[in-house]
Design a protein around this ligand. Structure first.
Ligand code: HEM
Ligand code: HEM
Length: 292
């Protein structure tokens, strides 16, 4: 697998590969800005969920207690609107960073779904059923993380649109039919809220806390052992990029040998995998071949 890298990629790789005071190697998976972004997302999401669902279930004990604790329905609505506003600012920031990365720095990131995610998912199912000798090798994001990201992005867009429709009903009904548009937006908002809360508390929580504790979105760091297991291709890219930092001419082509990545995993399945014919997998490259 070949990739073009620029000096900035090599520099970033050097910064992300670290050693702690006990001499253990680790990788900076999320920079501070993304950690703060996720933290504000947690705060605004749970504030919206609690204040919203308390309004829906006002006639239950939990709803009644929550509404009382929040100071009544009016203050609950006020908090909901404030959290929605904070979430809106966060969403605008997220889009601005995206536009800057793609159109200014020409870095396309690795969160976009590719055909490889489909083949990875198939291989994962085969591995779980015992028909494949190894798990797929993942890059920066695996297919589950990408699915989670896009599901949450779509969910939040639906919440935002239907929320704004209810926030400004008078203005909206000047241009759209008054009879059904507000009730429909309310029903969609309510059921999408329930779906999202369930998705976060089961799917997202299971993947990040129960299956394996992953604190990288809070402290930024991931151990080399976890990188080898969960993101071995990204680790190989970082190691190769940092090794060529002294190079004078950029961009530079580096080659990631999947056989080596497999050996590097250091698990039993890697030993089996050595005997297996490793398919050449073509990584998607952005126009500059950036590794980010
Ligand atoms: C993202 C932007 C959002 C906006 C602009 C927004 C706005 C609104 C508005 C205007 C209402 C009507 C009641 C009121 O005036 O407070 C409402 C109700 C509600 N919201 Fe949101 N909201 C948003 C996100 C969320 C999220 C993320 C959740 C939960 C995960 C949520 C859950 C609810 C619930 C359950 C209701 C009550 C619906 C009902 O039973 O009638 N909202 N929201
Ligand atoms: C207390 C609750 C939460 C915990 C413990 C948590 C934990 C995490 C962790 C550990 C990651 C990094 C996964 C990786 O290594 O790639 C992550 C990523 C992410 N989180 Fe959360 N999260 C929480 C709440 C939320 C909420 C409420 C949302 C949005 C509504 C959210 C959206 C995301 C997204 C979009 C990603 C990136 C995609 C992914 O890697 O799955 N998280 N979260």
């Amino acid at each position: 697998m070949k990739q073009y890298i620029y000096y900035r990629d090599a520099l970033e790789a050097v910064k992300r590969l670290r050693v702690n005071s006990e001499g253990r190697r680790y990788v900076v998976r999320f920079p501070l800005a993304q950690r703060i972004e996720h933290f504000i997302l947690i705060l605004s999401f749970f504030a919206l969920a609690i204040t919203g669902l308390a309004q829906t279930y006002y006639n239950t004990l939990a709803g009644d207690l929550t509404l009382n604790a929040l100071g009544g329905i009016d203050s609950s609505r006020l908090i909901h609107h404030f959290a929605a506003f904070s979430f809106g600012i966060l969403a605008l920031y997220h889009v601005a960073i995206f536009v800057d990365e793609v159109f200014v720095h020409r870095r396309f990131g690795k969160i976009f779904p590719t055909w490889r995610d489909v083949t990875d998912a198939i291989q994962m199912i085969k591995f779980n059923l015992g028909f494949a000798v190894r798990r797929p090798l993942f890059d920066r994001y695996n297919f589950e993380e990408k699915a989670e990201y896009w599901a949450l992005v779509c969910g939040m867009i639906i919440m935002g649109v239907t929320g704004i429709m209810q926030w400004f009903p008078v203005q909206l009904t000047l241009i759209l039919p008054a009879g059904w548009i507000i009730p429909i937006s309310r029903v969609i908002h309510r059921w999408q809220a329930i779906l999202m809360v369930i998705a976060i508390l089961t799917w997202h929580f299971y993947n990040t806390v129960i299956k394996k504790v992953n604190l990288s979105i809070f402290n930024g760091n991931m151990t080399i052992e976890n990188m080898k297991e969960d993101h071995p291709i990204e680790l190989a890219c970082l190691e190769q990029a940092s090794a060529v930092i002294q190079n004078k001419r950029w961009p530079l082509e580096i080659e990631i040998l999947l056989e080596d990545v497999n050996k590097n995993i250091g698990t039993e399945q890697a030993v089996h995998a050595e005997e297996e014919t490793v398919e050449e997998v073509v990584l998607e490259e952005n126009t500059e071949g950036s590794i980010q």
